[in-house]
Structure formats: structure tokens, C-alpha cells
Design a protein around this ligand. Structure first.
Ligand code: GDP
Ligand code: MG
Length: 684
């Protein structure tokens, strides 16, 4: 917002940065040029003067007075500066403007004002007023330089200047500062070419009275009517001998005066804390630029606003610098987090970066306007946290993933072998998994944020549950399969034996064996399932599956025994045993007297009776009747839908008729064969 001057004027003996040795240098810099422009090199210059990090531990002194009254000469002698002094041989005017220099051996910035004496020449009172405003707004001590012979000349040029100073002062400092105190400034009157006949005390009294008169004639704003000169100014006086006529004395008095600028222990030390304008050294340049801008545009110089603007500017700068360093620290961790890595000690690092950034900010910015400082601090905190938050969340996500992987691995390891307790394996793996997550998540927390890991923990717990459930289901399935295989093996022989021994209670015997096997299987399942923490419902499902599978195993074995071929063989055997053998098991040799027809019919009919017996699983003892609920499908093996009553039927009605007729044909063949055998034996 500030118009930058174009000319950079360093007329000093030191030139260029490259040659500048370490430590402070004492280059002179022009801050306002003869075009009344602010020259923005002051920031860097303050760094070169090594005052940049001085905080409040620095002072500013300015000078005020008529042209060619030896002001620059005095400053140079007092502070070891090198302001231009008018060349006596040529009586040449020095360049107009405001200059600044660092005092040798002190943390002091010295301002020298060069200007034409507007009042005498009737020109450019404007610059004089502006430079007075500018000096007052920034310096603690204003040296008012005047000849001894000007003292008491109430109408003289000096008094006019002082009136300007007072008016300006009321304009600037009439209002109290933000912290409620009056801004005070020391006016140090340097009475030059003091001859000595009039003692300093008299000169002092005259000047004080004159100042008082000026103060009273000042037109003050209504709200400041009753303000006294002493509300704003402390006055101090020093008399200096003629520099040329009493050179030695001049020099020793100046050296004496110098002590009042250096020795903090002295009672007459000039830089009292009350005079300090409370602008941190690193903000002085910006502050002055703002003041000059206001002065130039003839705006009312509102210092509280200036201080706030300064604070905003500087706090932003300081915050940005802290943020840059912080980002450099945080950036390298972003990629590994995004790629799924769990970063060791991430929380520790984040806390360090964050507090580091805030410490840096606090160190430099806390010197500025407190409201602004705090507001910008809150801004900084939220930027820091919004940078860290994705790292935190990423870390949580990665922790979650890594913990779950370990959980799965531990589950598999725990379930190796036969003798494990599933519930214990799950509990142990879950505990270690959650601990790993919680340890990592807690480490990653950063104080001062509202971060938490509850949500991620809940997600993790859910997934643990899902994985454990899946494991349990797999295990149950394996177990049910094993039990099923066992039943299959054990049911095989009894079924085969009983089905080859057709008798009315054949099914009763088979079902008795089946019941026993099933009961054993169910209790085996329940014993094992205890450690699985299965719910009653899950157990019910598993048992139902087990029952159905067992039944189907039985049914499969029955099918195998009742294929057409197998069954017809059984019938043939049964028939043969009755037709071709007598009741003693001796093969028959048919004789003509034998009732072949009767024997044939009897054996055939007895055999035909077997078909209905085999056609349906139908025990005589009703208590042995077995039943299962029919259902759509088996959730574990997803076989087709299951219709229990249908499984009781071995042969359908048509199948029965088919088997009967096929058997009859077989039997008929035996009959014909018996007849033939008899005919042939008779023929022999
Ligand atoms: P400025 O314009 O007020 O800064 O005055 P300068 O420091 O440039 O000095 C103006 C002239 O006054 C120069 O020729 C100096 O040599 C001379 N001068 C400096 N100090 C004194 C002094 O104490 N007494 C007198 N009579 N002349 C001085
Ligand atoms: Mg000068």
C-alpha cells in the first residue's frame, strides 16, 4: 500500500553487502528522500545494524531545530554517526530529508532531519511539520536544538517550531494508547554556544515559562482542554559550549551528555521505559512507513490504528515464516502416510513441529498488539492443525489396517493344531490387536486439538468381529463336515447288513443305529462348539445341518443298496432261497409228485411282499419314526431344496409296479427252468 521511493541513498563510508563484516555496521540510510517519499530499505538496514531481533531492547532519538544550528554535528559527536554536516567553507545546504543511523556502542537508532528553514525562508513549512510528526510518533527522546541567544525570544523561529511540536503531539498522542497510558516523550533542550554568563538554571526557567505559555495558547480539541504540558512531556536541559571557540570543552560536555544516553543506572538516563513507543525492532520499518504514509496524505495520525496495522502485517509475516519451517518439517511424512505406512513417533514429531512453530511465533509476535497477536495465533493454530490432521487420520487408518493384519495372522497361528480353544484364541488376538492400535493412536494425539480415535477404533472393532465371525463359521463348517464324514463311515455297514436281511422291523433296526450315531455326533458337536462362543441360534443351525446331512448320508447308503440291479438281486436271492431250496436249505430236485406250482406261488408271493417293505422307510415302532423340517436350501453347502417326506419314499408307485413285473419275469424264468429240469429227469 505504500508508495516506494526510487532512490536509495547511502552516503556512508561503508558500501555494499559483500564487504560488510559480521556484526553491526553503522551505515547511514535515508528513510525519507527530498521528494518526501519513504525509502523502503529500512527493514534490511535494521537487520544490517543487527537490531532486527532486539525486540523492545532498542531506543530511538531524533533531533529538532532550525537549520544550521549544529544538529548533525552534535549527533555525530554524541553517537559516532556520520550525518552530513554543512561544509563551512562552502556554506552549502545538505540534502533535504530524514536520515537514520545506528549509534556506535548502543542499541539506538538516531534520526537526523535536514530541511530548509521554512519559517525564515518562507517556504516549505510542510516538510518541517511532517518531519516533526514523524519524529514524535517514533522517538523516545527529541533533542530540541537552539542557540543560547534564541532563548527568551518568544516570538522567534524556535518557539514557532515548538508550537508545531506541541500541536502535533496533541494530535498524535491526545488519545491514550491501547494499554491506557499517556504516551510520554522527553524533550531534551540542547542550548548551543552557551557562553556561561547566564547559568543553565536561568535559561531553563525562561524556556520552561515560554513552553508553558505556548502550551496555553495552543488551540486544543475540547476533550483535551485541561491537559497539561506535563501530561505528555518531560523536559530536560543541557548547555553546550561553542564548538569552535571552546572546542575541548564542547567535546568533554558532549561526552558527558553521551553518558546520559548510555548509562541505564544514572538518574538522568534519558531512555526511560515510559518513553518507549513499544514497537518491536523488527516492526519499526513497517511502522515508520505507515506513519509516513499517513503524514503524507495529511490524515489524522491514529497511532492505535497504526499499531494494529503494524501488528497485522508483522504477525502475518512471523506466522508465515513459522509456517514455512513447519511445512518443511511436516511434508516428508505425507507420502509415507498416504502409502499406508505407520510412522514411528509421528505424534512426538507433530507435537514438536507444532510447538516449535508456536514458540517461534510467540517469541516474535507476542510483542505486538495483543488482540492482533492472539487472533493471528488462533489462525496459525488452525492452519497447523489442519495440516497435521490428515497425518493423524492417515496414521489411524494405517494403524487400523496393520493391527487387523496382525489379528488375522494371530488367529491363524492360534487355530493351528487340534487342541485350541477358539474363544481364547479370539480374545487374545483381539486384545493384542486393540492394544497395538490404541498405543499408536494415543501416541499420535496432539495436545490442544480436539482429535480423537474413537470412530476408527469402533471401525476396527467391527472388522475384528467380522473376521472372528468368519473364522468361527469356517471352523464350524469344518467341524460339521468332519462329523458328517464320520457318520457316513459308521452308517454304511449297518445299513448294508439290515437291508440284506429283509424282515418287518428292518427299518426299526436301521433307524435305531442312525439315532445312536446322530446323538453321538450332536454331543460331539456341542462339546466342541462351546469354545466357539457360538450363539444358541448358531448352534441350532449347525445341528439342523448336521441332522440333515446325517440323514442324507443314510439315504445315500439306502439308495446304493436299492438300485434296480441290487434290489432285483436281493429279490431273486430271496425267491431262490424259498423256491430252489427246501426248508432245510437243501437244493430241491423236482419230482413229478412235487407241487411245483404251489411252491412257486408261495415263494413268489413272499418275495413280492418285500417290495412294499423296501419301498418306504417305515418303522413298525412309531417312536422310531424320524422327521426333519423341510427347507429351501442348506446354508452351508447350498444344496437344492430339501423335502423330508419325499426322502422317506424309496420306490414310487410306478417303480413298485415296474419292479414287480421285472421280478415276475425273473421268477417265471425260474419256474420254467424248474419244469424243464423235472421233465428231463423223468426222461432219463
Ligand atoms: P545542522 O544544519 O543543524 O545540522 O548544522 P550542521 O551540523 O550541519 O552545522 C552547521 C554549521 O555550524 C557547520 O558549519 C558547523 O561547523 C557549525 N557548527 C557546528 N556546531 C557548532 C557549534 O556548536 N557552534 C557553532 N557556532 N557552530 C557550529
Ligand atoms: Mg544537519
Amino acid at each position: 500500500p505504500y508508495k516506494r521511493g526510487t532512490a536509495m541513498a547511502i552516503n556512508g563510508h561503508v558500501n555494499g553487502d559483500a564487504a560488510t563484516p559480521k556484526g553491526p555496521n553503522y551505515e547511514r540510510v535515508q528513510i525519507i528522500n527530498d521528494e518526501k517519499q519513504f525509502i523502503p530499505e529500512l527493514t534490511q538496514q535494521i537487520e544490517r545494524w543487527d537490531l532486527h531481533s532486539a525486540g523492545f531492547d532498542y531506543d530511538i532519538v531524533a533531533v529538532f531545530g532550525s537549520q544550521s544550528t549544529g544538529k548533525s554535528t552534535l549527533l555525530n559527536r554524541l553517537f559516532g554517526t556520520n550525518f552530513d554536516v554543512m561544509d563551512e567553507t562552502r556554506r552549502q545546504q545538505t540534502t533535504k530529508g530524514i536520515w537514520m543511523c545506528r549509534a556506535k556502542g548502543m542499541n539506538v537508532m538516531v534520526m537526523d532531519v535536514e530541511g530548509t528553514d521554512g519559517r525564515e525562508r518562507g517556504e516549505d513549512q510542510d516538510f518541517e511539520r511532517k518531519s516533526a510528526l514523524f519524529s514524535l510518533a517514533s522517538s523516545e527522546v527529541l533533542i530540541v536544538n537552539l542557540w543560547e541567544h534564541q532563548v527568551g525570544l518568544y516570538q522567534g523561529a524556535n518557539m514557532g517550531l515548538l508550537k508545531t511540536v506541541f500541536e502535533v503531539n496533541l494530535g498524535i498522542f491526545g488519545k491514550k494508547t491501547a494499554d491506557g497510558r499517556n504516551q510520554r516523550t522527553l524533550l531534551l533542550f540542547a542550548i548551543r554556544d552557551h557562553i556561561g554568563t547566564t547559568p543553565l538554571a536561568n535559561l531553563q526557567a525562561t524556556l520552561t515559562a515560554d513552553l508553558q505559555k505556548i502550551w496555553e495558547t495552543l488551540s486544543k480539541p475540547p476533550e483535551l482542554q485541561d491537559r497539561q504540558l506535563s501530561d505528555y512531556f518531560d523536559l530536560s536541559f543541557v548547555a553546550l559550549p561553542h564548538k569552535i571557540l571552546a572546542a575541548d570543552k564542547f567535546e568533554s560536555e558532549v561526552q558527558e551528555l553521551r553518558k546520559r544516553f548510555m548509562d541505564k543506572g544514572r538518574e538522568d538516563y534519558v531512555f526511560k521505559p515510559a518513553y518507549h513507543k513499544r514497537i518491536p525492532a523488527d516492526g519499526v520499518a513497517f511502522y515508520m512507513e505507515g506513519i509516513w504514509e499517513q503524514v503524507q496524505t495529511n490524515k489524522d495520525l491514529d497511532l492505535p490504528t497504526q499499531q494494529e496495522l503494524l501488528a497485522q502485517f508483522r504477525c502475518d509475516e512471523i506466522s508465515a515464516a513459522a509456517l514455512t519451517e513447519f511445512n518443511e518439517q511436516a511434508k516428508p511424512q505425507r507420502r509415507p502416510i498416504e502409502s499406508g505406512k505407520v510412522i514411528e513417533n509421528l505424534g512426538g514429531m507433530m507435537r514438536a513441529w507444532r510447538s516449535g512453530a508456536l514458540e517461534r511465533y510467540d517469541r516474535d509476535a507476542s510483542r505486538y498488539h495483543q488482540g492482533v497477536y492472539k487472533r493471528k495465533r488462533a489462525d496459525l493454530v488452525s492452519v497447523l492443525d489442519s495440516t497435521l490432521s490428515p497425518l493423524f487420520l492417515g496414521q489411524l487408518k494405517n494403524l487400523h489396517k496393520a493391527s487387523l493384519v496382525t489379528f488375522k495372522k494371530e488367529m491363524l497361528e492360534g487355530m493351528r493344531g487340534e487342541n485350541y480353544n477358539f474363544a481364547e484364541v479370539v480374545a487374545a488376538a483381539r486384545e493384542r490387536c486393540e492394544k497395538r492400535f490404541l498405543d499408536g493412536a494415543q501416541e499420535a494425539l496432539v495436545e490442544g486439538t480436539d482429535w480423537n480415535y474413537e470412530e476408527e477404533l469402533e471401525l476396527l472393532r467391527n472388522e475384528i468381529r467380522i473376521v472372528a465371525d468368519q473364522c468361527r463359521k469356517d471352523e464350524t463348517k469344518k467341524m460339521v463336515n468332519a462329523i458328517e464324514r464320520n457318520i457316513k463311515k459308521q452308517i454304511s455297514d449297518p445299513v448294508e447288513i439290515w437291508l440284506n436281511k429283509p424282515q418287518p422291523d428292518m427299518w426299526d433296526e436301521i433307524l435305531k443305529v442312525f439315532r445312536e450315531l446322530l446323538e453321538k455326533a450332536e454331543s460331539m458337536y456341542l462339546t466342541k462348539a462351546k469354545s466357539f462362543n457360538c450363539t444358541d441360534e448358531e448352534n441350532e443351525t449347525s445341528l439342523a445341518i448336521l441332522r440333515k446331512r446325517a440323514w442324507l448320508a443314510l439315504r445315500a447308503k439306502v439308495d446304493e443298496q436299492t438300485t434296480d440291479a441290487a434290489f432285483l438281486t436281493k429279490l431273486r436271492t430271496h425267491f431262490e432261497e424259498r423256491f430252489r431250496y427246501d426248508e432245510h436249505g437243501v437244493p430241491r430236485v423236482w419230482k413229478p409228485s412235487d407241487d411245483i406250482d404251489g411252491a412257486f406261488k408261495k415263494a413268489r408271493d413272499q418275495t413280492l411282499e418285500l417290495i412294499p417293505l423296501y419301498s418306504r422307510i417305515n418303522p413298525i415302532d412309531g417312536t422310531l419314526e424320524y422327521s426333519l423340517p423341510s427347507e429351501e436350501s442348506d446354508p452351508l453347502s447350498s444344496t437344492d431344496e430339501f423335502d423330508f417326506p419325499a426322502t422317506l419314499v424309496i420306490f414310487s408307485e410306478t417303480k413298485i409296479l415296474d419292479l414287480m413285473s421285472r421280478f415276475r419275469r425273473d421268477a417265471d424264468a425260474y419256474y420254467v427252468e424248474a419244469k424243464r429240469s423235472m421233465v428231463s429227469s423223468v426222461a432219463q
